[in-house]
Design a protein around this ligand. Sequence first.
Ligand code: MN
Length: 283
Amino acid sequence: MKLCRYDQGRLGLVRGDTVFDVTAVLDEAPPLDGPGDPFFAALADLTGRIEALAAGAVPRPLAEVRLLSPAPSPGKIVAAPVNYRAHLDEVNDDAELHHGNLINEIHRAGVFLKAPSSLIGPSDKVRQRFLDRRTDHEVELAVVIGRRADRVSKAEALDHVAGYCIGLDITLRGPEERSFRKSIDTYTVLGPWIVTPDEFGPPTSMGLKLDVNGEPRQDANTRDLILGVADLIVFASSFYTLHPGDVLLTGTPEGVGPIRPGDVINASVERIGAISVGVVAAD
Ligand code: MN
């Protein structure tokens, strides 16, 4: 099942190039006893209702709607710093990328948080700031949490996933803390929809690609993750509880490079789809 958010907060079931309005199901998710998005917590139990609502909905072409982030209001956006071996080598070899702070492996460095206020959908644009400094694209497999995860085991970890989508972790290079440089408004893009785990399959060998204006930049596979999705959920949830609707950005592979206003970032992940996101100068 592919589920998007669009226009004014509507929920859509996506089939091919068509979206079916299933927004009414959002009212059927029971309230949570604690933080998190009730819809993602209840999603596994609501699939029958979603199918029934779609059967009665008027189909609309996807091209006509404004796609929002498929995870509308994560309490946390958890991000893996350098989680592909080849990207680790790339960063440590280039002073423009590491700015004197040689990057530790994720086991030692831990994960970081991006501000939820940085989040946009794929129909919006990255509004680039600090045009005199380098800003890079990063394509990542993104994971949306569906069940409260507190110190979970690896065997249970993937049972806590509501779905997968494409993530862009836009990054201002420089000496500041990661969470500051990567939390600029519009610097997190999620889209175009989430794909539920039954349709996505194991996240252990999915291809991901990114080009800028058609020029290939990143082309990798999640099999080369240092910490895969299950390990990341174990690692993150050993420190803090992951709540329904929280997002994990699993890290970017090698091939990061600069973007400029006027660019179009095209990113795709196998079994999800593709997004095209424009870059403009802020104000
Ligand atoms: Mn990243």
